[in-house]
Design a protein around this ligand. Structure first.
Ligand code: AMP
Length: 280
């Protein structure tokens, strides 16, 4: 497995692969890899001969008072996980490689990013779309794999690729959970034992709402209230609980079309997100 720190190294290796007729899949991550990330690697390996994992804590997708500085990092462990899972190359750039000091060009998606996480994190998706397009341009990948854990992000990337005619196939892989339901996230590392226990209310609330939905409830307000109540009863601070149309992310007061029930909440200082799909 190659560890690549510069754009030139990536381009050289990717060109060699392409010349050999091999397709390249990219899995963009911020590192501190867990089973959710590794499920994307497995997906990537089925879609292309070569798999590249990028590990980069992208500063432009963090707000001024967010957790950029304390975001968990463990490159040695990430490297071992990638090796073990048959990754061909890890792209591990530093900020100087990724951003010129006078960087001034951005990719801005203007519709899907105006809601949900975009409301509480106004510059987040601009940072995500910009870095993802940069990674696509650096690697020249044929396929890129994202997780449904970040359902809004995946939709925004798909929209960017469509709108800008980017020749990369986007694959969205299922959300991976701990056995007790907690959605896997690098940020779970911030939770102390008590917060982690209380954070289970997010997935538990989503599951209760899903049961209600299965029993015939179609009111978005009622379904969202179930989740909100569960989180608040556990002492969490709700950022949002919403029911949105699956592809447009417009509010869906009555769930009579494919929807996503999504939640963001703080436990202590840690902001967690989770979602489930509702299919009438
Ligand atoms: P991150 O390192 O948090 O930026 O995530 C990198 C990629 O892994 C994104 O496409 C995420 O959606 C995906 N991912 C993170 N957590 C999970 C999870 N629990 N299940 C599936 N995919 C995930």
């Amino acid at each position: 497995m190659e560890i690549l720190r510069t754009i030139e190294e990536v381009r050289k290796l990717a060109a060699r692969w392409r010349q050999a007729g091999e397709r390249i899949a990219l899995v963009p991550t911020m590192g501190y890899l867990h089973a959710g990330h590794l499920s994307l690697v497995k997906e990537a390996k089925q879609r292309a001969e070569r798999t590249v994992v990028s590990i980069y804590v992208n500063p432009t997708q963090f707000g001024p008072n967010e957790d950029l500085d304390k975001y968990p990092r463990d490159f040695a462990r990430d490297e071992a996980s990638c090796r073990e899972h048959g990754v061909d190359a890890v792209f591990y750039p530093d900020n100087a490689v990724m951003y010129a000091p006078d960087h001034s060009t951005w990719v801005v998606e203007e519709s899907l990013s105006q809601t949900m996480c975009g409301l509480s994190r106004p510059t987040h998706f601009r940072g995500v779309t910009t870095v993802v397009l940069k990674l696509f341009n650096i690697v020249g990948c044929d396929v890129a794999v994202f997780g449904r854990k970040d359902a809004q992000q995946a939709l925004i990337i798909q929209r960017m690729v469509r709108d800008l005619n980017i020749p990369v196939e986007i694959v969205v892989a299922p959300l991976i959970r701990e056995e007790d339901g907690l959605a896997l996230s690098s940020r779970n590392k911030y939770l102390n034992a008590d917060e982690r226990q209380r954070a289970l209310s997010i997935s538990a609330g989503l599951r209760s709402a899903a049961s209600q939905f299965d029993a015939g409830e179609r009111s978005a307000e009622a379904l969202a209230a179930t989740v909100r109540t569960a989180i608040e009863a556990a002492g969490g601070r709700v950022d949002y609980v919403v029911v949105m149309a699956r592809t447009t992310l417009r509010p869906l007061p009555l769930v009579n079309a494919p929807a996503v029930l999504a939640a963001a909440a703080f436990f202590g200082k840690t902001r967690l997100i989770d979602n489930i799909f509702l299919d009438p």
